[in-house]
Design a binder for this molecule. Structure first.
Ligand SMILES: Cc1cc2nc3c(=O)[nH]c(=O)nc-3n(C[C@H](O)[C@H](O)[C@H](O)COP(=O)(O)OP(=O)(O)OC[C@H]3O[C@@H](n4cnc5c(N)ncnc54)[C@H](O)[C@@H]3O)c2cc1C
Length: 302
C-alpha cells in the first residue's frame, strides 16, 4: 500500500481514524486475529462511504467490519484496509418505520424500537452484531430473522454507485444475502415494525436475554454458533452426540455449555479454531453422514 494512498485516507478520515498494524483480536468477539495492515474507523457514515470508494478507485483491497461478532481473522493478519462501520450509527423513527445506519448495534436499535413503542425486533436485541452485519448475514434468533423486519437497504455497489434495494432484492436466505454474493456494502437499512407496548417488549427482551445467558457460554469469547444448522438437524446436538462436548485444540474448545459454540478459553489462535472445526466436521460426517458448514466467516486475505 503506497504512502500517497495513506495520505489521502488520513486526509479524508483524520489521523486518529487510521491505525497501522492494528491487532484484529481487539475488534472481534473471538478475541483472535493478527494485525490489519490498516484499520480505519471513519468518523461518520458519509466518510465511511467515501473511504470505501477511495479504496476501490485506488485499487486497494478493503474489507468491512461491523462488530466483528461473526468473524475469525487469521493469526498472520491481513494486508489491505479494514473499514469499520463503528461510527455510522444514526437512527430515526417515523411511525412504525425505522431507518438506521449500518454500524448501529442491534441492541441499541432494539432499545430505540422499544422507546418508540414498536415491537418486532425483540429477537435481535441479544445478537451482538451491527445492523449492517445482521443484514449481510440475515441474522436470526428465537423464531425471528432480519428478513421479517427489513423493508430494504441502501447499498454501495462495486462501481461506487449507491442503490436502494427492496427486501426481495436483498435475497435474504438462511445466513446469506445478496450483500455477500454481490459484493455490496450496506450503508443504511429500513425496518418496518408494529405498534406495541414498551413493557411487553422489554419483558420479551429480558426473557430472551435470560435464555441466552442460561444456554450460551457468554462468559468466554466466541463468534456465536460456529456452524450453520444442517437441514433437519441441529449442529450442537450432532457435535454433542459425536462425543465432542469440551473437545479442545490449543485454546479453542467446543463449549461444554453449548456444543454449537466454539469458545476461546484463553490464548486460542485462528489455527486452533480451524483445526478444531475440521476435526469436528470430520467426526460428525463419519458418525452421521452430515456435513457441517461453518457459519463464522474466516478472513485471511482481502
Ligand atoms: C455470543 C454470540 C451470539 C450470537 N448469536 C447470534 C444469533 O442468535 N443469531 C445470529 O444470526 N447470529 C448470532 N451471532 C453472530 C453475529 O452476531 C451475527 O452474525 C451478526 O449479524 C454479525 O454482525 P457484525 O456486525 O458483528 O458483523 P461482522 O462480524 O463484523 O461481519 C460479518 C460479515 O458481514 C460483513 N459486513 C459487516 N457489516 C457490513 C456492511 N455494512 N456491509 C457489508 N458487509 C458487512 C463483514 O464483511 C463480514 O463478512 C452471535 C455471535 C456471538 C458472539
Amino acid at each position: 500500500m503506497n504512502e500517497l494512498f495513506l495520505k489521502e485516507l488520513t486526509g479524508l478520515l483524520g489521523e486518529d481514524a487510521v491505525r497501522r498494524e492494528e491487532p484484529m483480536a481487539l475488534h472481534t468477539t473471538f478475541r483472535i486475529g493478527g494485525p490489519a495492515q490498516v484499520y480505519a474507523v471513519p468518523p461518520d457514515a458519509d466518510r465511511f462511504r467515501q473511504a470505501a470508494v477511495l479504496c476501490r478507485e485506488r485499487g486497494v483491497p478493503f474489507y468491512i467490519v461491523g462488530k466483528g461478532s461473526n468473524l475469525l481473522v487469521s493469526d498472520e493478519g491481513v494486508r489491505g484496509v479494514i473499514l469499520s462501520t463503528e461510527n455510522a450509527e444514526k437512527a430515526s423513527v417515523d411511525g412504525t418505520r425505522m431507518t438506521a445506519e449500518a454500524g448501529i448495534s442491534l441492541a441499541k436499535l432494539a432499545r430505540l424500537a422499544k422507546q418508540a413503542s414498536l415491537t418486532g425486533l425483540e429477537f435481535a436485541a441479544g445478537i451482538p452484531g451491527s445492523l449492517g452485519g445482521a443484514v449481510t448475514m440475515n441474522a436470526g434468533a428465537y423464531g425471528g430473522e432480519m428478513k421479517d423486519v427489513l423493508t430494504g437497504a441502501t447499498v454501495l455497489a462495486s462501481d461506487g454507485t449507491v442503490h436502494r434495494l427492496s427486501v426481495e432484492e436483498l435475497d435474504l436466505g438462511y445466513r446469506t444475502s445478496r450483500i455477500q454474493t454481490g459484493g455490496l456494502i450496506v450503508l443504511e437499512a429500513e425496518l418496518r415494525l408494529r405498534e406495541g407496548d414498551p413493557e411487553a417488549v422489554q419483558a420479551r427482551m429480558d426473557e430472551l436475554a435470560y435464555q441466552r445467558r442460561s444456554k450460551q457460554p457468554l462468559e468466554y469469547p466466541s463468534a456465536g454458533s460456529m456452524f450453520k444448522r444442517p437441514a433437519g438437524y441441529f449442529a450442537g446436538k450432532l457435535i454433542d452426540d459425536a462425543g465432542l462436548r469440551g473437545f479442545a485444540v490449543g485454546g479453542a474448545q467446543v463449549s461444554e455449555k453449548h456444543c454449537g459454540f466454539v469458545v476461546n478459553r484463553g490464548g486460542a489462535t485462528a489455527r486452533d479454531v480451524l483445526t478444531l472445526c475440521d476435526e469436528v466436521s470430520r467426526t460428525v460426517y463419519e458418525k452421521f453422514g452430515v456435513r457441517l458448514e461453518r457459519e463464522v466467516r474466516y478472513l485471511d486475505r482481502i
